[in-house]
Design a protein around this ligand. Structure first.
Ligand SMILES: *Cc1c(COP(=O)(O)O)cnc(C)c1O
Length: 221
């Protein structure tokens, strides 16, 4: 894999309307440095301790995005530096993030993760859960977090019509949520939708942030 070439190719393809999160989980620090050296500044990881180690070793102007499920007891490892957490699906996690962000005198941006795939997955909210989440009084107390949009993963399948219809659904939910709850909040603007195998469909369906791992860094073991 020529990581530098891959980053340049993606930057050119995505232009300035779609943000690139380089998903570097399991990859060594040298690989991230190579991407950094050609201008990549947003990196995605899914394990708090791994992210913490990499953040300590790499330049401080990197924006770290937590893309995987986050357990409350691990928030403390990343709260001092993490820029965005893509995987919020319950209030209890958000409460802990708010508390740790406050201790660090920071604001942490978060995305609400929706469950749109057919696969059984413990993670992500359905529409009913989303409504009760958004209407909870507790949300107003979270002064050190900023809800900036939504994330979702399509079913892992070769059936691209299915992937497309799941992304369409997520875009609809995003638009409705924006209209009903964040109409006068310009921060709510990010739709994180699409990975190596389906990012083109994600963009066609309205994504403005893609999370690309294997197409940049090669397959993971
Ligand atoms: C690993 C991962 C990615 C990147 O996957 P690729 O298929 O390698 O691009 C994107 N999003 C999430 C949530 C991930 O866990």
């Amino acid at each position: 894999m020529d990581i530098a070439e891959n980053i340049k190719r993606f930057k050119e393809e995505l232009g300035n309307k779609v943000e690139l999160v380089a998903v570097s989980k399991t990859k060594p620090i040298a690989d991230l440095q190579e991407a950094y050296d050609v201008g990549q500044r947003i990196f995605g990881e899914n394990r708090p301790q791994e992210m913490q180690e990499k953040a300590e070793a790499l330049p401080k102007d990197i924006e770290w995005h937590m893309v995987g499920h986050l357990q409350s007891n691990k928030v403390k490892y990343i709260a001092p530096f993490v820029s965005m957490i893509h995987s919020i699906d319950k209030l209890s996690t958000l409460k802990e993030i708010n508390k740790r962000a406050k201790q660090n005198e920071r604001t942490i941006k978060v995305l609400l993760q929706m469950h749109i795939a057919e696969e059984e997955s413990k993670f992500g909210m359905d529409e009913e859960k989303l409504t009760s989440f958004l209407e909870s009084e507790k949300l107003k107390n979270f002064e050190n977090i900023k809800i900036v949009g939504m994330m979702g993963m399509a079913t892992f399948t070769d059936d691209m019509d299915k992937v497309r219809s799941e992304f369409k659904k997520l875009k609809q939910i995003f638009d409705q949520t924006k209209a009903n709850y964040f109409n006068d909040d310009p921060n709510f603007s990010i739709l994180s939708m699409g990975m190596s195998g389906d990012y083109q469909i994600g963009i066609e369906e309205g994504s403005n942030m893609v999370r690309i791992g294997s197409q940049i860094f090669g397959a993971r073991n």
